[in-house]
Unconditional design. Structure first.
Length: 351
């Protein structure tokens, strides 16, 4: 696992040397035992001192790092082993078998590899599926086109346990994502479920990543430098590593959580979405399973008024529609669009 060089991510000078909580490989480590307890709903409502401490502990890395690692998160280690085994068995299949569920312009879900990506430096193969099946999104990126498009998961015949394992895994990680979202809401001084309404018809999805050994790792990346456009990413890593944002040493059965662009906008930059990338390994293959927690396609994303009123701030971003991000990114995988992929910087209000 590599460490970020100075040309990639410059250290942020105001970041504290030590923050509340443990550290794992350079990023904060948070124990979610309280979050996953049966009394969470009561804690969420009344937030006594133990939960208040954890809320503060989570707010610090959201503000100063954009990443943190969690343990005791409530997702069964046995279930995680099961999905990891199923993912490896799928990627071990012959190309002809994997291509039976290859994505295309009619359905952006399914399998694809580095030969079919726009960025030739990306060295990986991928399998995508949505948490809500089917998921409804706009048909085009055009702002005045209100037609909807229903996308459906493509499940392979082999391995036979893959679908059942991942449908169960979806439910478990989705539950964790909502609890993280609620804790982040509390850390901003908002009601526990302030963000939940935005996920009624969520467009969340899971991606299985396989990075084969690369003979020329200096010429390729697993994933080029980027920021995640959604709200949160819940990332399961194997022991090979490769994520570069500071230095990440994943603890067995832990998850890496990163703040996405949407939370950066909702919080009016109180919290930060950080650029990161994935490097490849010349000797060992590696796997990862990110859960991208995304709101409904019709959600209008903008800084929350109650946060600006509290601090007497002005909005740092113009309002935008989540579908413009989701749809342009999906369609641009297959054909050249006359618009560039949107970034939140396009909606930044000049000071």
């Amino acid at each position: 696992m590599g460490e970020v060089g100075p040309a990639f991510i410059q250290p942020i000078e105001h970041r504290p040397k030590l923050i509340t909580g443990l550290e794992a490989g350079g990023i904060p480590l948070i124990d979610l035992s309280l979050l996953t307890s049966h009394s969470w709903e009561g804690y969420c409502k009344d937030h006594p001192q133990p939960i208040s401490d954890m809320v503060e502990e989570m707010g610090s890395p959201c503000k100063d790092w954009g990443f943190f690692q969690v343990i005791n998160h409530g997702v069964s280690p046995d279930l995680r082993r099961r999905v990891e085994t199923a993912a490896k068995e799928f990627f071990d299949l012959p190309p002809a078998e994997k291509n039976k569920v290859r994505r295309d312009e009619l359905n952006p879900l399914g399998y694809y590899d580095s030969e079919h990506t726009k960025n030739v430096r990306d060295w990986k193969e991928v399998f995508d599926f949505t948490v809500v099946d089917p998921t409804v999104i706009p048909l085009t990126h055009e702002p005045n086109d209100h037609r909807l498009w229903q996308i459906t998961n493509q499940w392979p015949d082999y391995p036979p346990d893959l679908r059942n394992a991942f449908e169960e895994y979806c439910r478990a990680v989705e539950g964790l994502a909502f609890k993280l979202l609620e804790t982040i809401s509390l850390s901003l001084g908002l009601p526990c479920k302030r963000f939940n309404e935005f996920f009624k018809d969520q467009t969340s999805f899971i991606r299985l990543n396989h990075y084969p050994p690369c003979p020329s790792p200096h010429l390729a990346l697993g994933v080029s430098g980027h920021k995640d456009a959604g709200a949160l990413t819940v990332l399961a890593l194997d022991d090979v590593g490769g994520l570069e944002v500071k230095r990440v040493k994943p603890i067995p059965d832990s998850y890496i959580i990163n703040v996405g662009d949407i939370i950066q906008v909702w919080s009016n930059e109180r919290y930060e979405s950080v650029e990161h990338r994935v490097v490849v390994n010349s000797e060992r293959e590696r796997f990862s399973i990110p859960f991208f927690f995304n709101p409904s396609h019709y959600v209008m994303v903008k800084p929350l008024e109650e946060l600006m009123d509290e601090e007497k701030q002005t909005a740092k971003y113009k309002e935008y529609n989540w579908r413009k991000f989701f749809t342009t990114n999906k369609l641009s995988n297959f054909k050249k669009l006359e618009v560039e992929n949107l970034q939140i910087s396009h909606f930044k209000i000049s000071e």
